[in-house]
Design a protein around this ligand. Structure first.
Ligand code: SF4
Length: 322
C-alpha cells in the first residue's frame, strides 16, 4: 500500500552568521519503510523525534525535502497539489488533539460532510444518511449531528475525527497519536473501534504514538524513531520480546507493569546525557550522547539499518559485533 524510500523533511531555521551557512532542522532524515495493505504499522518515539512530521510528509501536508513516496504503486512525491485530490480521498489522517483539529464553528454534520462534498460522494438525503450511519458506527447518536465540538467530551470528539476520516472511504489512515490526549479508560475503546473498522473495511493504518505500550496491541509491525532516524523495525511481538537497539530497550523498560514482582525484576533504564541537536546534526549515531554502550565508531560513523533476522532491521554498530 505504501512504500517510502529515503524520505527527508528539513525545515529552514535561518543562518549561521559565523559559518555563513544555512541552518536546517532535520525532522525526518533518510527513512525508508513500507506498509502492506490491511496492516497496521506502529511508529514510536519521543516527542520531537519526527514521527508526526513523517506522517504529515507521507500524506503531503508537507512537501518532502528528498526521497520518494509510493502510494499503491504510484509515485506521489512530486504530484502538484491540484492533482492530489484522488489521493487525498484515499489517504486520510486522524489528529492527536480532537478539539483543535475540529472547526469549532461547524456542526458535526458539516465536519463529517465536508469530505463527502469535496469528493462529490453524495448529496441531500443520501449525504445525511451516510453521516447518520457514520455516527452510529463510531458510537454516537443521530441527535449529535447538529451539535458543535465543544458540546462533546474528548473521547467523543475523537470519534467525530474518526467518522470524518472514514466518510470518504479511505484506504490508508495516518493515525497521529489519536489516543494520547484521551483518558486511559477511553484509549482502549478508541483502539478497539479502529481495529473493528480495519477488519470490516480492510483499512491500512500508520499508528503514531510516543509510548510503546500504546501501539502494542494494534500494530503488526513497529518502527522506532530517534531524532529523525528509524533505528529499529520489526514485527510487534518480536520487538517486545527481543528489542535490540539500546533506545528501544530503554523505551520498553519505561512501560509500567501492573505486577510488583515483575516490576522489581525488570529494571528501568534511565537515559542520561543531552539530546543531540537536530539542527545540522553531526555525523555518527544520534543516540550516542545517551547510549550506555557508546563506542568510538558511534561518534564518527552513522549506523545504517541492517537486517539482523528476517523482517528485523536495526541501526546500531553493536550489531556488527554479534
Ligand atoms: Fe549506542 Fe553506538 Fe548503537 Fe548508537 S550505534 S545505539 S551509540 S552502540
Amino acid at each position: 500500500m505504501l512504500e517510502v524510500t529515503n524520505l527527508k523533511k528539513y525545515f529552514d531555521v535561518g543562518h549561521n552568521i559565523f559559518a555563513k551557512s544555512k541552518l536546517f532542522l532535520t525532522a525526518v532524515d533518510d527513512i525508508s519503510l513500507y506498509i502492506n495493505r490491511g496492516e497496521t504499522f506502529g511508529l514510536v518515539g519521543e516527542s520531537g523525534c519526527g514521527k508526526s512530521t513523517t506522517g504529515r510528509t507521507i500524506i503531503k501536508l508537507y512537501q518532502a525535502t528528498g526521497g520518494r513516496i509510493i502510494f499503491d504503486g504510484i509515485d506521489i512525491t512530486d504530484i502538484p497539489e491540484k492533482q492530489m485530490k484522488p489521493y487525498r480521498k484515499r489517504m486520510q489522517m486522524i489528529f492527536q488533539d480532537p478539539y483543535s483539529s475540529l472547526n469549532t464553528r461547524m456542526t458535526v454534520t458539516d465536519i463529517i460532510g465536508e469530505g463527502i462534498d469535496t469528493h462529490n460522494i453524495a448529496k441531500g438525503k443520501a449525504r445525511q444518511e451516510i453521516i447518520f450511519d457514520l455516527l452510529n458506527k463510531v458510537g454516537l447518536k443521530r441527535e449529535h449531528a447538529n451539535r458543535y465540538p465543544h458540546e462533546f467530551s474528548g473521547g467523543q470528539r475523537q470519534r467525530i475525527g474518526v467518522a470524518r476520516a472514514l466518510a470518504v472511504s479511505p484506504d490508508l489512515i495516518i493515525c497521529d497519536e489519536p489516543i494520547s490526549a484521551l483518558d486511559v479508560s477511553i484509549q482502549a475503546q478508541v483502539v478497539n473501534m479502529l481495529e473493528d473498522f480495519q477488519n470490516e473495511m480492510g483499512l491500512t493504518y500508520m499508528f503514531i504514538a510516543h509510548d510503546l505500550s500504546m501501539v502494542k496491541h494494534i500494530s503488526d509491525r513497529i518502527g522506532v524513531m530517534y531524532l529523525g532516524k528509524l533505528v529499529e523495525v520489526c514485527p510487534s511481538d518480536e520487538l517486545y520480546e527481543k528489542p535490540l537497539h539500546p533506545y528501544t530497550q530503554a523505551l520498553l523498560s519505561a512501560i509500567p507493569i501492573p505486577d510488583p514482582r515483575v516490576t522489581r525484576q525488570n529494571k528501568r533504564i534511565i537515559l542520561q546525557g543531552d539530546v543531540v541537536s537536530p539542527i545540522n546534526p553531526p555525523e555518527g549515531c544520534r543516540f550516542c550522547s545517551r547510549c550506555r554502550y557508546v563506542m568510538d565508531v558511534c561518534r564518527e560513523v552513522t549506523p545504517e539499518l541492517k537486517e539482523v533476522s528476517p523482517g528485523h532491521v536495526v541501526a546500531c554498530h553493536l550489531m556488527d559485533r554479534k
